[in-house]
Design a binder for this molecule. Structure first.
Ligand code: ADP
Ligand code: MG
Length: 465
């Protein structure tokens, strides 16, 4: 917890006056250095810039130039007791020490630094994670790991493309574990942070102190999560440190959770020793969400923001943004922001299209795919997609099915075999004859169904003109 100093001007007790003398203060710090048996490097790094600040009651405030809260947290954890002992002796009374950040007057409280969970995004919980076919297995395994960390699957390796929910799922595990047992030490880092910590330790000459700092951080935890592990592959020193961290934690039965954009088996340059270790645990993937999952995520989000978004708009976004949930949510957020700017008006379809014109590129929304051909033909011919895919042979199903075959061949340039496969037919000769029938009817209108006009209209819809 951070809390603010009162802002009152506090009078120093008589015998504390001497601390404002720089030389005297330096002497005290040197004494603490000896007591704590730390090197000159550490002294330089951590003690030199500490300023005696004020005394209030029996609390001594010490200000640090360091602007990083976590650095102060470290100081607090490691050296507070030495400061209290030495200063207390000088003052002849029992005191407690509080470290203050230079720029904020905020006091670092010890409990802040025990658990490194301030890095978890509070929104990334199991409760807000929508389960669909694309992530069912990954979700199930994650819940099992969260319920029994270190015991079920270790390591847990989650992979999948960008914006598909790896970070969200991973952090959900962290939240779950901490909620159940707040004393658990859970640490989440991106592989970039991990790399930086290793570099930092190397930079300080791999001194005993910097190494122990690094090890303290990573090897004493109950749960270690490293996100986007692909970025440490090929970075030798980081990889080596990771390897030892992994072994230490795994041997101690501590849970390790990793995420990546690929299955580890696909990393060509990855050493066998990593591969074998990753294989000890469980590997799960997250694939792009299907339409239902995309709409469910959007509906969830709309509910969260308490904004009414019509089915039509949800459908518009879910049909156009398919491969990245971050973008999907970005599109919805844009509509919500637009609506707020316009006196919270309930967005209509035109409004949504306008808001998303940079999001849903014409080329993307109008990209001609097999699925879109099926959708548009079904719509124009009043047929159901299920019937089209079924074995039904009634004329009102066979006709739109043939149009789909013709358009897929004509507009997508794919093979008869591929079309047969997409339509769940085993024999591609039915596709050939279907295409021929439509072609003939376009020229002759023998069926009297105005096939030429119909096909033209569908083509226009498909190309967005
Ligand atoms: P990744 O780490 O795979 O790149 P993120 O976990 O950062 O993806 O997810 C991107 C965004 O999509 C986040 O805002 C996240 O909350 C959201 N998201 C992803 N998957 C789901 C899901 N299944 N349910 C709800 N929100 C999700
Ligand atoms: Mg991520």
């Amino acid at each position: 917890m951070l809390h603010k100093l009162s802002g009152e001007i506090l009078k120093l007790p008589m015998n504390a006056e001497k601390f404002t003398n720089e030389e005297y203060w330096e002497e005290i710090k040197r004494k603490i250095q000896r007591e704590a048996a730390v090197s000159d490097i550490t002294y330089h790094l951590w003690f030199e810039n500490l300023e005696f600040c004020e005394v209030s009651g029996n609390t001594v405030y010490i200000r640090s130039e360091k602007e990083d809260e976590r650095a102060l947290g470290y100081l607090n954890n490691k050296f507070k007791l030495y400061f209290e002992t030495v200063i207390g002796e000088e003052l002849g009374q029992i005191i407690s020490v509080k470290f203050i950040l230079n720029n904020s007057n905020a006091v670092i409280e010890p409990e802040e630094t025990k658990v490194d969970n301030d890095t978890l995004n509070p929104d990334y919980t199991f409760e807000s994670f929508v389960v669909g076919n694309n992530n069912k297995m990954a979700h199930q395994v994650s819940v099992a790991v969260a319920e029994d960390p270190g015991k079920t699957w270790n390591p847990l390796y989650i992979y999948g493309g960008p914006g598909l929910g790896k970070t969200h799922l991973m952090q959900s595990i962290g939240h779950f574990i901490l909620k159940k047992d707040p004393s658990k030490k859970v640490i989440y880092v991106t592989s970039e942070q991990f790399t930086n910590d290793v570099i930092e330790s190397l930079r300080s000459g791999n001194s005993a102190d910097s190494m122990s700092k690094l090890r303290d951080k990573y090897r004493t935890v109950d749960v270690l999560m490293i996100d986007d592990i692909q970025f440490i592959i090929g970075k030798e020193a980081t990889q080596e440190e990771f390897f030892h961290t992994f072994n230490t934690l795994h041997d101690a039965g501590k849970q390790i959770i990793l995420s990546s954009d690929k299955n580890f088996k696909e990393f060509k340059s990855l050493d066998d020793r990593y591969i074998s270790r990753f294989a000890w645990g469980m590997t799960v993937d997250i694939t792009p969400p299907d339409y239902e999952t995309r709409s469910a995520i959007l509906k969830n989000d709309a509910e969260k923001y308490n904004i009414k978004i019509s089915e039509e708009i949800i459908d518009y976004i879910a049909s156009n943004i398919k491969s990245n949930i971050r973008e999907l949510e970005g599109a919805l957020n844009k509509i919500i922001a637009f609506s707020k700017l316009n006196n919270n008006m309930e967005p209509d379809m035109d409004f949504a299209k306008e808001a998303l014109k940079d999001f849903i590129y014409p080329s993307e929304s109008n990209m001609i795919t097999f699925d879109r051909i099926v959708d548009v033909v079904c719509q124009e011919c009043n047929a159901s997609k299920d019937a089209i895919m079924s074995n039904k042979r009634n004329a009102d199903i066979v006709y739109p099915r043939h149009i789909i075959m013709y358009l897929a061949y004509d507009m997508l340039g794919i093979t008869y075999q591929q079309i047969a496969h997409n339509l769940h037919r085993s024999d591609h000769t039915t596709v050939i004859s279907g295409c021929k029938k439509i072609e003939a009817d376009i020229n002759s209108n023998k069926s009297g169904k105005n096939t030429r006009e119909k096909v033209d209209r569908i083509k226009k819809i498909l190309s967005g003109s």
